[in-house]
Write a protein that binds this ligand. Structure first.
Ligand code: CMC
Length: 415
């Protein structure tokens, strides 16, 4: 037990120990398993970072090769994609479709994956059913997760989620545009394949690298709302797909992952740098929030925005229309900086420049939050694996401020 002061929205609450990610809000640091986000973006790949989040160390060459092979294998989920196609996903939000995809994977994946693994690797067990968590009484008291025996299988299911939902994401984009879903390309890495499955075009090396960095940047961020939601569901000993479904639901809100889409809509509405000052004045009069600014933990510039801003600048260089969008964003940053920056410590967060980066890659704004989800699945599921080692169901309480002992009045006598 440790003492902490808890504010509204669980501000200041400590829910667990973790080695996976560390956000130092006053210094503006973001660390994954001991590695600085700037180094990871400069030298690493999404696959390497995902491995790091699970295993606490960077992979050797052989480990990375076999991890990539697994992800490649688990990207192939044609049956799930076919089932997804039987729903009217054009009428659903993309985030709801990703959540549906997670549920369809839960229902379908195990048999097909098992067949493929046996075919390719001669029978490594990857049966999804094996992730069902056995409950055993401990000392005659509460039920706990039998972690040692099941960890490998749980981790494998997490890999299936990471890889499978990237294919689902690609299929959602294609199906919503009235095209056929594409099969994954085994010769492409995670980032390049995601872009390919969404657009039908093989990305350039620059596009691939940009997407890879975006995926690395979004992969993990401590106990944020969606990670916590995922962990809460997992702590009930539900399955990993349902837990990830909770993460997707939490991420979709505009105060969390949904902010990136809102930012681009706002920039498009503002249209020109000349309109920024009147727009900002009106927003403040209406007590509105500037999407893509502020953070519960960062009281310094978000390091992810530090990386995304120059990337956005570079990418809009040869695109005049996008150039104006970037200029509007910079102008908003100046307004907020002068108004609330130093005093209230409100700076751009990850969502402010990411939309410009994605738009420069030709991606529609409705897919920015789903891409965030596809990347964050690594962080969500790594936290689940870590937490389940010492699982205890999350069960906070509220301070009851309602009435006591009201007299029950039969419905006929109520006014
Ligand atoms: N624009 C204007 N004022 C703001 C903003 C903003 N974006 N963010 C915080 N403030 C003000 C807020 O009005 C409040 O002022 P006062 O004390 O005078 O009432 C003060 O700063 C504290 O804000 P808060 O809303 O109590 O802070 P929080 O820790 O509860 O919320 C936040 C954090 C991220 C939800 C919030 O900053 C926000 O709504 N930002 C806009 C949405 C956004 O960009 N979300 C993405 C977050 S980063 C990626 C992610 O997690 O998904």
């Amino acid at each position: 037990p440790m003492n902490c002061t808890i504010g509204p929205g669980l501000e200041g609450a400590i829910v667990c120990d973790t080695k996976i990610g560390y956000v130092n809000g006053s210094k503006g640091w973001l660390i994954y398993q001991g590695y600085d986000i700037f180094d990871l973006c400069a030298y690493s790949s999404f696959e390497e970072v995902s491995y790091l989040l699970f295993h606490g160390k960077l992979p050797s060459k052989d480990e990375l090769v076999s991890f990539k092979q697994k992800l490649n294998l688990y990207r192939n989920i044609p049956q799930t994609i076919r089932q997804l196609d039987s729903f009217n996903i054009e009428e659903m939000s993309p985030m709801a479709s990703v959540r549906l995809g997670s549920e369809l994977m839960r229902q379908q994946l195990s048999h097909r994956i098992e067949e493929q693994v046996q075919l390719l690797y001669g029978g490594i067990s990857a049966d999804e059913d094996s992730i069902s968590m056995e409950i055993e009484p401990t000392g005659g008291e509460r039920a706990t997760y039998e972690f040692e025996s099941d960890e490998e299988e749980l981790v494998d299911s997490c890999y299936q989620c990471i890889a499978g939902l990237s294919s689902i994401m690609g299929a959602i984009v294609r199906l919503r545009a009235g095209h056929l879903a594409l099969e994954p390309d085994p010769n492409l890495g995670f980032a390049a394949n995601l872009l390919y499955m969404m657009s039908g075009k093989k990305p350039t090396p620059l596009e691939e690298r940009v997407m890879d960095i975006c995926l690395i940047l979004h992969a993990e961020h401590g106990i944020n709302a969606s990670t916590f939601a995922t962990m809460v569901v997992a702590s009930t000993l539900s399955d990993i797909y349902s837990s990830v479904g909770a993460g997707i639901a939490a991420l979709s809100g505009p105060l969390h992952g949904g902010a990136n889409e809102e930012v681009v809509k706002t920039l498009e509405e503002i249209k020109s740098v000349d309109n920024v000052k009147p727009w900002y004045k009106k927003l403040k009069e209406e007590n509105g929030k500037v999407m893509g600014f502020g953070h519960r933990v960062y009281k310094a510039y978000d390091p992810r925005a530090r990386i995304l801003e120059p990337m956005a600048k570079l990418l809009v260089n040869d695109k005049p229309q996008m150039q104006e969008m970037y200029n509007i964003a910079k102008s908003i940053e100046t307004e907020v900086q002068e108004d609330m920056g130093q005093e209230q410590k409100i700076f751009p967060n990850v969502d402010f420049y990411s939309g410009i980066v994605y738009k420069s890659l030709g991606i529609d704004s409705e897919y920015y939050t789903p891409i965030f989800a596809v990347s964050r699945i690594s962080g969500w599921t790594a936290h689940v694996v870590e937490y389940l080692k010492k699982n205890r169901i999350f069960r906070p309480r509220a301070i009851y401020v309602g009435d006591y002992l009201n007299e029950f009045i039969p419905i006929e006598e109520r006014e």
